[in-house]
Design a binder for this molecule. Sequence first.
Ligand SMILES: O=C(O)c1cc(C(=O)O)oc(=O)c1
Length: 310
Amino acid sequence: MSKPTSGGFEKTPGWLDWYAGPSKPQFKLPPNAVDAHCHVFGPGAEFPYAPERKYTPCDASKAQLFALRDHLGFTKNVVVQATCHGADNRAMVDALKASNGKAKGIATVKRSISDAELQELHAAGVRGVRFNFVKRLVDFTPKDELMEIAGRIAKLGWHIVIYFEAVDLPELWDFFTGLPTTVVVDHMGRPDVTKPIDGPEFELFLKFMRENTNVWSKVSCPERLSVSGPPALDGERNAYQDVVPFARKVVESFPDRVLWGTDWPHPNLKGHMPDDGLLVDFIPHIAPTKELQQKLLVDNPNRLYWPEEK
Ligand SMILES: O=C(O)c1cc(C(=O)O)oc(=O)c1
């Protein structure tokens, strides 16, 4: 059954709703595992979608996110501001406040944000900002504005999450390497997995991580990057085989600087919507040892987002 978009909003045509009734993963997540990339959408009636948004999703509430967390076996979430909410962080902050300390957040802010507002976000559990360079998702923000924001949030001990397409890395290289704090790349910088893993495009991404030890990567979103699948549906526990070598290379090369997240509720997927339980079963394919799994799912995200628990 189609999921609602409340508040009088109308879903983007062709929008795929998140998967209802995901399976139980076979892979047992270690204690204190973090889903380090997920979103909430609205609900639109309570937290309206931003006028400048490029898509209108179905609602995906905090309660639904927390239910998924518990079902899959995660302990915590990092809720990343979705572009459909623009720089209005209320839905994300509301989720953090309701989480009992089990969620931290990544915000989107404008240069006009006051220090007091930044402090309020910090108190709610925000620990970073997101800079988005994916043209189908956002309008361009001038780099001097982003650099000014970077300088301000670095003083709070926050980091910067960047989302971009692999082909744009050369043009963005100088800006990224000039950022004054930890930088976390969304979805491995979206490699084209039909290109060779040892070709110039992916090699540039590895060089970016090798030469800049403040750069981390989320090895997430095989469902977005995969071309030949098979999709995580119908009991398939060997999904997205074309993405495995890329993600595994990043995990094995930089075991202390990788994170994993479901990307629930999976905005803008066109072909299929994955079963999130089967998506969790993708993890041991890219982090094949207990030690790598512990770093990816527990040690790294807790070090970055819950350092106070050490
Ligand atoms: O590739 C995407 O469409 C996408 C969109 C968003 C967002 O709209 O915030 O976030 C993601 O992590 C991925």
